[in-house]
Design a binder for this molecule. Structure first.
Ligand code: SAH
Length: 281
């Protein structure tokens, strides 16, 4: 596959001769697979370009709970292939086979499709199925849960941060522990995805215990449940009082770095302006 920027642009023009479409495609159609990030949940946080990609699709595929995030008007008249949570490989295969047959398929993920989402698996399977030449592939970004939760907490990510998923479904627990320790040791603000699943609950407790080795007990820890969805809850506590059992499967956790503090009731990781400028009037 060609990969230089110029070649990519030519491919885009080929995939869309009328120039009506701003999506960046790799590979030639006529079929296409567009992996679309839907944002955290509220339709107002669905990017206009994502809505455009959904409107231009004739088939929408995705996990049932993600399909539910798509505004119903955008699904009208389309084939909808909704599948269960663990059917990622089957869902991708279905989407790719339909695209190879000439359909315009949108494969949806919550948040950003490239952040623990379907974009990676779709690309791996596109390659494995040898479809790079016959399916135009593109990814439309969405607002990831980490940004949605940070906005609700205040400004906890204004300095360097690391993101770790606590799911050991595809990553060995030892690797997760090593990454947590390295990020905490380097004083990154630490954002945690997948703090618990149906089958496991101890990983967040472990992460908080590791954090306590590197951070003072008063370090703010923010947890946001169902960001920008019905039932949204926001909680900020000192690290010493953070309750791992409060988190559920739709919670995003942010552990501050050594500079993170509360400002006007919100979580703030200062970038350093105060040391350089006089911020008070
Ligand atoms: N692609 C998604 C992540 C999917 S992994 C993204 O970019 O956000 C699923 C995990 O994302 C959940 O376990 C939870 O940690 C987080 N998550 C997804 N939506 C969320 C929401 N609305 N509020 C809080 N956390 C959310």
């Amino acid at each position: 596959m060609r990969s230089s920027g110029d070649a990519g642009l030519r491919e885009r023009e080929t995939a869309d001769p009328e120039g009506q479409d701003r999506l960046f495609h790799r590979g030639r159609g006529p079929g296409r697979l567009t992996v679309v990030g839907l944002g955290p949940g509220d339709a107002a946080l669905l990017a206009p370009m994502a809505a455009e990609a959904l409107a231009g699709a004739d088939m929408v595929a995705g996990y049932t709970a993600y399909i539910d995030l798509v505004p119903p008007g955008l699904l009208a008249g389309k084939e909808v292939a909704a599948t269960g949570m663990t059917g990622e490989v089957a869902r991708c295969r279905l989407a790719l086979e339909a695209a190879a047959a000439g359909r315009r398929v949108a494969l949806v993920s919550s948040g950003d499709a490239g952040v623990y989402g379907m974009a990676g698996l779709a690309l791996e399977m596109l390659e494995a199925m040898g479809l790079g030449g016959q399916v135009a592939f593109s990814v439309v970004p969405g607002i990831p849960a980490v940004c949605a939760a940070a906005a609700l907490l205040g400004a906890p990510l204004t300095h360097d941060f690391a993101v770790v998923s606590l799911s050991d479904l595809l990553t060995p627990m030892e690797a997760i522990r090593r990454r947590l320790d390295a990020a905490l040791g380097a004083d990154f603000v630490l954002a945690l995805y997948n703090p618990r699943s149906r089958r496991r609950s101890g990983h967040l407790a472990l992460a908080l215990a590791l954090a306590a080795r590197h951070r003072p007990p008063e370090t703010p820890v923010g947890m946001v449940k169902k960001a920008f969805r019905p039932g949204q809850e926001i909680r900020v506590t000192p690290l010493a009082a953070a309750d791992p059992d409060w988190a559920d499967m739709l919670t995003l956790v942010v552990i501050g770095n050594t500079a993170t503090r509360l400002a006007a009731g919100a979580m703030l990781t200062p970038r350093g302006y105060a040391g350089k400028y006089d911020l008070a009037p």
